[in-house]
Design a protein around this ligand. Structure first.
Ligand code: ZN
Length: 335
């Protein structure tokens, strides 16, 4: 079976979104093909009862907690009597706004700007409020689950440099550097701080980059520097931070929505042995990654794969066929 993941559903595509038109057609296609929509309870049954494997089932998941999930995805899901799972990052919930929004009183801003504003803790207007999440819970369409209480990342590797500040930047850069970005700060690969100890650039590496005059020099430094990363946490401190993060996420969902979560969707799908261990200690039973494979009755519930829903109907249909038919396994690699 396929567990699809989405982020945003918006009237027009782009900005890490699937458009409402395409989403509606995808739901129509699944319904017409005879799929039954399941939530995390249904998935648990699927893992427990092998006889169910003949059922034609699908699971839809939405990461982060975008306000558009209520405004645009909910009416379409209702139309097709579909269920979906929303993985809420409780650190992104819009705590200030009390109203429940609709398409008339919601201003669309790009995902990058929205995440940058939320990371700087100045504006969470693109994300759901507790009242809106309560409305979604009441609808019976949404199964509310966990996506952590922070959505941050730090520098991981410098193999794939995408450029340098200020020409190239990322909404996480300030957090990853631990200071305002400087001219020549690299835009490189980040890793979720929910799977790895917090790190930053080593002092020597930082100084070298600061003192370089051009990007060609900086690129050379990034390629050849031996120890570019400084780890800021001990293993014990890292474990404590994870425990605090997962417990806080669970506590907020319980307090604000009376929801008891047991499914955790890793931020950026990234996890490690330590993060799995702590998540299980905190009471999570199913852990979801973004490994692009179908889920089967043999799937490890601590490493459940998910497939990103493409923003085109034809691609969605093609992937649905290839990922649900084991004879087409070799083709999957190129999708
Ligand atoms: Zn996310």
């Amino acid at each position: 079976m396929i567990i699809w993941y989405y982020h945003r559903i918006l009237p027009d595509d782009g900005s890490a979104a699937v458009s409402t038109g395409v989403f509606e057609k995808q739901m129509g296609y699944l319904k017409k093909s005879g799929y039954e929509f399941i939530d995390t309870e249904g998935l648990k049954e699927f893992f427990q009862n092998p006889r169910q494997k003949k059922r034609k089932i699908v699971m839809l998941t939405f990461d982060d907690g975008w306000a558009d999930n209520l405004i645009w995805a909910t009416p379409i899901l209702a139309k097709f009597a579909a269920k979906a799972v929303i993985a809420v990052n409780t650190g992104l919930v819009n705590e200030n706004l009390k109203v429940v929004r609709n398409e008339k009183n919601y201003e669309i801003i790009s995902s990058k700007s929205a995440l940058e504003l939320a990371t700087k803790k100045t504006d969470f207007s693109s994300f759901l409020t507790w009242n809106e999440l309560a409305e979604m819970k009441k609808s019976g369409i949404w199964d509310i689950q966990a996506h952590g209480n922070s959505h941050l990342g730090c520098y991981h590797s410098f193999d794939d440099i995408k450029g340098f500040y200020p020409e190239n930047k990322h909404w996480l850069m300030e957090y990853a550097l631990g200071e305002s970005p400087f001219e020549g700060a690299p835009r490189a690969k980040f890793i979720s701080t929910l799977c790895s100890p917090r790190s930053t650039l080593s002092d020597e590496f930082r100084d070298k980059l600061r003192n370089s005059r051009n990007n060609a020099k900086r690129l050379e430094i990034c390629r050849n520097f031996e120890n570019p990363i400084k780890i800021l946490e001990t293993e014990k401190e890292f474990e404590k931070r994870l425990r605090d993060d997962f417990s806080e996420c669970k506590r907020k969902l319980r307090k604000n929505l009376n929801v008891e979560t047991d499914s955790l969707f890793w931020t950026w799908g990234q996890f490690s042995d330590t993060s799995i261990k702590i998540a299980l200690e905190c009471g999570f039973k199913m852990l979801f990654s973004t490994e692009k494979s179908p889920a089967t009755e043999k799937t490890d519930p601590h490493m459940i794969p998910r497939i990103p829903a493409p923003d085109k109907l034809a691609e969605f249909k093609l992937q649905n066929i290839c990922f649900t038919n084991s004879l087409l396994l070799p083709i999957r690699k190129v999708l």
